[in-house]
Design a protein around this ligand. Structure first.
Ligand SMILES: Nc1ncnc2c1ncn2[C@@H]1O[C@H](COP(=O)(O)OP(=O)(O)OP(=O)(O)O)[C@@H](O)[C@H]1O
Ligand SMILES: [Mg+2]
Length: 228
């Protein structure tokens, strides 16, 4: 296998279960996934199929009960929580259905946050963040607090925050789920534009058929397994 086709991120036999009554609820039943650098992968499936659980495990926000998550050839499941926090800050960006912006900080300050956590100086973090906000058409709203932004604007700020540390992989869970169709559509466009411009690997969970149709690769989960 040539290097460019080697997966950047893999899940190998991912199982996730939770204690439930006398037994365990099996949410993921041994899921394999290989994501190649620069790919755009969409994960679909009905509610409760395990999509968010899988995305969180691939993003190291959660750990599998069994199985491995491999980034390049590193086994992420062997890393400590602190090592994973550092890894995520460097390599991964996350966008969720609800923006999770911090209400007491402005748009600009929210975008700067991952840089500040990493220890980037204030001036450099502000410049980087301003650049991204401009790119996302948000330069006129940088001093607004989240409550002073529309839903589409909030999501743009959340996307800028996800990208400010130059991640290789952008993971998104229903990023258009809370938007009207116009805003949802422009956020869809943005994902693909940014993917190309920034050389991102994209993994997106969505219910939105219009969105999923735009991906070259769509994988469907059903009851914790891939649907064939
Ligand atoms: N902490 C937990 N304890 C027990 N069960 C859980 C826990 N977290 C998730 N589940 C169960 O795991 C299943 C999969 O959840 P998940 O959030 O991954 O679904 P999903 O495919 O993202 O659904 P949706 O489209 O509604 O977001 C659900 O049935 C859920 O109830
Ligand atoms: Mg979900």
């Amino acid at each position: 296998m040539s290097n460019s086709l080697a997966p950047i991120l893999s899940g190998q036999m991912i199982k996730k279960s939770y204690p439930m009554g006398n037994g365990r609820l099996e949410v993921l039943k041994g899921v394999d996934i290989n994501i190649v650098r620069g790919e755009a992968v969409c994960i679909v499936g009905s509610s409760g199929a395990g999509k968010s659980t899988l995305l969180h495990i691939l993003g190291t926000l959660d750990r599998p009960s069994l199985g491995k998550v491999i980034y390049k050839s590193q086994d992420l499941t062997k890393k400590t929580d602190d090592e994973l926090a550092h890894f995520r800050n460097e390599k991964m960006g996350f966008v969720f259905q609800f923006h999770h912006l911090l209400s007491e900080f402005t748009a600009l300050e929210n975008v700067m946050m991952p840089c500040r956590i990493f220890g980037t100086g204030k001036k450099e973090a502000a410049e980087k963040s301003m650049g991204l906000l401009e790119r996302l058409g948000m330069d006129h709203r940088v001093n607004h607090y989240p409550s002073e932004l529309s839903g589409g604007e909030q999501q743009r700020v959340a996307i800028a925050r996800a990208l400010v540390r130059n991640p290789e992989i952008l993971l998104a869970d229903e990023p258009t789920g809370n938007l009207d169709s116009g805003n949802g559509h422009s956020i869809q466009d943005l994902f693909f534009e940014l993917k190309d411009q920034l050389n991102l690997t994209l993994v997106v969970v969505t219910h939105d058929r219009d969105f999923s149709k735009r991906f070259p690769r769509v994988m469907s989960l059903r009851d914790g397994e891939w649907e064939q």
